[in-house]
Design a protein around this ligand. Structure first.
Ligand code: GTP
Length: 371
């Protein structure tokens, strides 16, 4: 029987789902940063709107009768509080839910105010609430969302266009369809601006990732490793936890290149990188430090643990064979280990690990030395 996933229909549906939900425009590795940016922006928007909603109160005081004021004022305050609560808890909600909530909060708040003023003859105030849907949909321009998601989100504040239809007076002025046309135009521009921001963000994150990763092995590069080491050193000095380093170098790698060629040499480097990435804990960092040299940063690890990890890695590499088109390559590595001393800086720690590596090489290779 043909597996269901092989049929073209589910694949098409899967593609449609990815397109409809906007996933096709954001690589998986960048989704967390996109989500964080949306959370920050929604929180800022919500705070700004809360201030604007309250900032309108003096005009209410000036333009409304006492009875009208009593109806509108509590709604204003309620909307401001809802927006501030949303800003406060923005990081705890998923970006999608957050966008929905900030839009619905405004639909509920502005809608209620609009209905509260409907029976009154404060035409200036009425005019303001007919502007509300356009104000809300324009906010989508601040969010780095795929255009399809922005347009879908734009359906939420569209309710504010419909609410005035309940009143016979509002039906004629402004004409409903003129409002729909204007609303659609603003939604399309906001979706385009939001989508351009998303593309810039994805490009920027991609460029930053490239700048901090080694293209051949995919591991963090020397720059990323040094930055992380500086952070870990500061943390270790502040918190008193131990911090260790392993400097690892492939033995006689020039011979591998000379015998098997550069392409197979690259395969060996990539295999060592995969092995390192697999063998270290999530809180550790394995990086390509240069050429055939790798660095492993081990937070919360003293000399004993560092030597244990180093020996485990060394023995594993010794047992490993790298498959290449014309055979299998066996290699060994030499490792220098060093643990941070009090008041020591990163450069000195690195130099000690390097000196230990040099001793391991001098002592015959395929061994670990402590610095
Ligand atoms: N294939 C490949 N080779 C590289 C790369 N980067 C550096 N190398 C090679 O790594 C080799 C390093 O050689 P050496 O520094 O002499 O060290 P070694 O042969 O490993 O000897 P020891 O370190 O003393 O055991 C050189 O042949 C470089 O060309 C790379 O990205 N790909």
């Amino acid at each position: 029987m043909v597996a269901l996933t092989r049929l073209p229909l589910p694949r098409l549906l899967h593609r449609f789902d990815a397109w409809w939900s906007g996933r096709v425009w954001v690589p998986r590795i960048h989704r967390a940063q996109q989500g964080r940016l949306i959370q920050e922006r929604v929180a800022t928007l919500a705070r700004m709107l809360a201030a604007l909603v309250v900032g309108w109160v003096p005009l209410d005081l000036y333009a409304l009768q006492r009875e009208e004021l009593m109806r509108v004022l509590p709604l204003r305050l309620l909307l401001a509080v809802a927006l501030l609560a949303l800003a406060r808890f923005a990081t705890r909600l998923s970006p999608v839910n957050l966008v929905r909530l900030v839009l619905w909060a405004q639909v509920a708040g502005f809608g209620a105010m609009s209905i509260a003023l409907e029976s009154m003859h404060a035409s200036v105030m009425h005019l303001n609430y007919t502007l509300a849907p356009f104000l809300v949909v324009a906010q989508l321009a601040a969010l780095p969302l795929p255009w399809i998601r922005s347009l879908r989100a734009a359906l939420i504040p569209a309710w504010l266009l419909v609410i005035p239809l309940a009143s016979a007076d509002m039906e004629a002025d402004p004409p409903f369809w003129r409002g729909v046309w204007l609303y659609g135009t603003i939604a399309a521009i906001a979706a385009w601006v939001g989508h351009s921001q998303l593309r810039l963000l994805v490009d920027l994150l991609g460029a930053r990732r490239d700048a901090l990763h080694d293209a051949l092995t995919g591991l963090p590069n020397r720059r990323a490793a040094e930055a992380r080491l500086a952070v870990e050193r500061a943390r270790a000095h502040r918190g008193g936890a131990p911090l260790s380093l392993l400097m690892l170098d492939i033995d006689h790698f020039k011979r591998v290149n000379d015998r098997w060629g550069h392409a197979d040499g690259d395969r060996v480097l990539a295999a060592v990188a995969r092995l390192l990435a697999r063998e270290v804990r999530e809180c550790d960092l394995a990086a390509r430090f240069g050429g055939e040299e790798f660095l492993v940063v081990l937070p919360d690890s003293g000399p004993r643990e560092a030597l244990d990890v180093a020996e485990r890695i060394r023995a594993l590499i010794e047992r490993t064979r790298v498959d290449v088109p014309n055979g299998r390559i066996g290699i060994t590595v030499s490792i220098g280990a060093a643990t941070l001393r009090s008041n020591e800086d990163e450069a000195t720690l690195l130099a000690r690990a390097d000196a230990a590596l040099y001793r391991a090489k001098a002592a015959g290779r395929n061994r670990t030395e402590a610095g």
